[in-house]
Design a protein around this ligand. Structure first.
Ligand code: B16
Ligand code: MG
Length: 217
């Protein structure tokens, strides 16, 4: 039986993926190349450092350590200029309904995100205080698909990994949940997230009865 829920942030609770894409793309363009939305899929759920490494490979560029750090800081500054404008309206459709259900039924839930900006974003959308635990890019040493982020989250919720449900929009994140032996629910395309136990296009497709069944079975 399932006793708690772990949410990814970008692409699950909010669509900050679009801001990441804009900011990374500007960085690439400033460096004299471009990449596609399809390539951008590979950046989802992946840490800031690993994302920049991938992008530089695509542009066949190498940067010095100092320049690498500078570019990462510039990207984050640019990204945060989008985050600054966020409010509750950015919570993706259907998400609030599930969160309300969990709160009402005393089911613990945590955040399991690769982002170092997670707390900042949750504050902007007024959800920071609602989570029983938050594990983000500042708390982990191993990036998804490593299960670390979700294992720490389950531990903080005081539940076993096999009793945890994970909502994820990225391939790396679904793999991380599977590696942690948790129930993985993909949010996005079946084609991309086929490894997940269940896949839904978005939260409006998820019935509360479906969640209820998992949590009371
Ligand atoms: P930051 P998630 C991930 O968040 C994003 O999907 C990924 O695109 C981003 O590079 C990563 O966070 C790091 O974010 O630069 O804000 O630390 O999907 O795990 O919530
Ligand atoms: Mg994500």
């Amino acid at each position: 039986t399932y006793k708690g829920v772990i949410f990814d942030l970008d692409g699950v609770i909010v669509d900050t993926a679009k801001f990441h894409f804009l900011a990374w793309r500007k960085l690439a363009n400033d460096l004299g190349f471009d990449f596609t939305e399809e390539q951008n899929e590979q950046l989802k759920g992946v840490s800031r450092v690993e994302s920049l490494k991938k992008i530089l490979e695509w542009g066949e560029l190498e940067l010095s350590k100092t320049e690498f750090k500078r570019q990462m800081a510039l990207k984050n500054e640019n990204y945060l200029s989008y985050v600054a404008k966020m409010d509750e309206d950015e919570i993706l459709p259907g998400v609030q309904k599930v969160i309300n259900y969990l709160i009402k039924n005393n089911i613990p839930f945590a955040l399991g995100s690769a982002s170092k900006n997670a707390r900042n974003i949750l504050k902007k959308i007024n959800l920071l205080e609602k989570f029983d635990a938050i594990v983000d890019g500042n708390d982990v040493s191993k990036a998804k698909p490593d299960p670390e982020v979700f294992l720490i989250a389950a531990e903080k919720l005081n539940i076993k990994p096999e009793n945890s449900i994970v909502f994820e929009d990225s391939v790396a994140g679904v793999q991380a949940a599977n590696n942690a032996k948790m129930m993985s629910i993909g949010i996005g395309g079946q084609k991309t997230l086929g490894e997940a136990n269940y896949v839904f296009t978005d939260f409006t497709e998820i019935d509360i009865e479906f969640i209820e069944k998992l949590l009371t079975k």
